[in-house]
Design a protein around this ligand. Structure first.
Ligand code: ZN
Ligand code: ZN
Length: 259
């Protein structure tokens, strides 16, 4: 019972719009979100399923985390990234594109299984332990900045999955979550657009929020952008541009999955 009280206390600690989804989570039996086995305690994945999800390990592209199929023993940049310049230093997805991870992300976004954000945040937080490039973010307590949703989508979904995942990462790392960005317009779904079309579509679609202005006033050395999936990197690049323009010196990206 204590577990449920803790979970309820956690849920109620966040914005009121999340409460409905929270109660739904608490009413359903706590089965593993992937295999359905009955769980004890406040978990959404059994140990076997969590362990089986494929992590990205070296060697991978130092810019986007894409892995290399073959033998390579040095840091490399993949063909998608070579010759391109990004406003972020690097993006580090934790997981490969895989049906299990994708299923969890879809359950979170489209079935409003909010409890999965904690589990996905835990998976994404593994990058902070495994990637030495993120040690500075931990040491200097860089804030986690979720990629924002436009207000119209937020009304529909009730929560921003990137913010919920960031809260999960924060729980593991102790880094603060600061919603420093705002979307100025709805850029629609980008799945059918090429990289070039995405970049054009996203241009000028983010601005600094009130919380972001406070953050910039403190002159942080760096920040960590958080999103669920990294596909072409266009969205996080536009976010990074917006932050760099305001004087943030280093922007790195952490996502749950490489799309
Ligand atoms: Zn399972
Ligand atoms: Zn790459």
């Amino acid at each position: 019972m204590q577990v449920y009280f803790n979970a309820l206390a956690n849920c109620l600690g966040h914005a009121g719009r999340r409460i409905g989804a929270c109660v739904i989570d608490l009413l359903y039996p706590p089965d593993c979100a992937l295999c359905g086995v009955r769980l004890h305690g406040h978990h959404s994945l059994c140990e076997a399923c969590a362990g089986d999800l494929p992590r990205i390990v070296e060697p991978f592209c130092q810019t986007c985390g894409m892995t290399y199929q073959g033998i390579i023993d040095h840091a490399f940049e993949c063909p998608n990234c070579s010759g391109l310049s990004f406003a972020f230093e690097f993006a580090r997805p934790a997981m490969h594109k895989d049906t299990g991870t994708l299923d969890l992300i879809h359950q979170l976004k489209y079935q409003r299984s909010l409890h999965l954000a904690h589990e996905l945040g835990k998976l994404a937080a593994e990058s902070f332990q495994n990637d030495p490039r993120l040690a500075i973010a931990l040491a200097e307590k860089w804030p986690l900045i979720p990629v924002p949703l436009h207000r119209s989508r937020l009304i529909h979904r009730h929560f921003n999955q990137a913010e919920e995942i960031a809260l999960g990462i924060s729980h593991q790392t102790g880094l603060p979550v600061i919603p420093a960005l705002r979307r100025t317009r709805d850029t629609g779904t980008q799945t059918r657009l090429s990289r070039k079309q995405r970049m054009k579509n996203l241009q000028g679609s983010f601005e600094i929020s009130k919380a972001g202005e406070n953050l910039i006033g403190k002159n942080p050395h760096g920040v960590v952008l958080i999103d669920d999936v990294l596909t072409t990197g266009s969205t996080v690049n536009e976010c990074a541009k917006t932050l760099s323009r305001e004087g943030i010196r280093k922007v790195v990206v952490v996502t749950v999955m490489r799309g």
